[in-house]
Write a protein that binds this ligand. Sequence first.
Ligand code: 5AD
Ligand code: SF4
Length: 470
Amino acid sequence: MEENVTPELGAEQMLEAAHAARPEGKKVFVKTYGCQMNVYDSQRMSDALAADGYAPTDRIEEADLVLLNTCHIREKAAEKVYSELGRIRQLKEERGRDGRETVVGVAGCVAQAEGREILRRAPAVDLVIGPQTYHRLPAVVRRALGGEKIVETDYAIEDKFEHLPAPQKKAVRSRGVTAFLTVQEGCDKFCTFCVVPYTRGAEVSRPVAQIVAEAERLAAAGVREVTLLGQNVNAWHGEGADGREWGLGELLFRLAEIPGLGRLRYTTSHPRDMDDALIAAHRDLDKLMPYLHLPVQAGSDRILKAMNRKHTGDDYRRLIDRIRKARPDIAMSGDFIVGFPGETDADFEETMRLVRDVTYAQAFSFKYSPRPGTPGADLDDQVPEGVKDERLQALQALLTEQQRAFAAALVGRTMDVLLEKPGRQAGQRVGRSPWLQPVIVDEKAGEIGDIVSVRIKEAGTNSLFSEPVS
Ligand code: 5AD
Ligand code: SF4
């Protein structure tokens, strides 16, 4: 008889085997709000739960565990979570009548900021877990299954990244050819409008070796483009392989050496932390995409000061000049807030002037929303909603015009596109330009994961349309 030799299984294969052996296993539904870091965190939570037999589902009705990964940056985001929790309560009751238990958890920044208050306002919730304690999630879920109501929002002393499982190869494959990688978390800048320093805590950088190992793993699983994430990603620092202190620029040079990774990006940056090495990386690294999200928030020096941004409008303009000198084709992106307390028409005009000076390929703009616990919320002189509305409209009209002009200028040009997924129509694929725009490409151009050269023939509202280059 043939001997049945089972090769030793690595942790990852054992996980996959466990899944295979449990086709009727439990299911987890994760809904993600807010920023890309939440997207990354949600994936890592799913990976951590996989070890406990939870398979991800995108159908909430069949989920044994429902997790909302929440955002607290503006008021509406938190309110959306509470109304979603109302709907989930009904679902939980319906499932309960069928004898099926549903554990409901709230993670993310609303969890961190509101803690126990969530249990009071939303009785369907079983567990509340803040971003610093995700590595404890499987244990917390087990306790919730035992009937406990749990609030885990302390700042863990242990490094959560060390205790979270690395991204699983199988999961990575199903997630596609682009991936996020958190390298830095938290913020010490304390802009007076922002909750992040309170919800995500002080700035923490992950060590170089951990980041390189994760990036190599992603590349080995077929990922072609990695976006480094951090609330203040260009404040990242760590001891390099050469024993020197590295900044994000040096880290990017190191990551560019990893075979298979064709493209690197990073977000979100603060103007005060754009150092020479990072600008040099934009000049020298072909793999670093010519796109920079560098929020300025406002154009008036008086408002920038009140926001505690620690730079002026002209500091920002000079910085953009230096970056464009290093990388002339770089696309600028930004965030803007209109109606910060005390903002006059003249202050707002300064924002419009700055936008005209810089010209953005893309941008996000928001009405100021007072966040409890931040200094801005206590300022007199809050701007009336109607005024905020008008300013937002004017700003968005200008930004949309710039975005269109940027896209239109690409028509007729040849560029590299990373093919990411099938298109909506047969025979098409959707890729991304170096400047982050979706590009519709003929499927004959290449396979998903390929970086192909195409010519842009038309710029639509949200996408570019391409033709093959002969
Ligand atoms: N009100 C409005 N917008 C805000 N942002 C952060 N806090 C607030 C707030 N209280 C915006 C900033 C930031 C982006 C992520 O969200 O523009 O860069
Ligand atoms: Fe918030 Fe300012 Fe920190 Fe950005 S830099 S996360 S806006 S406090």
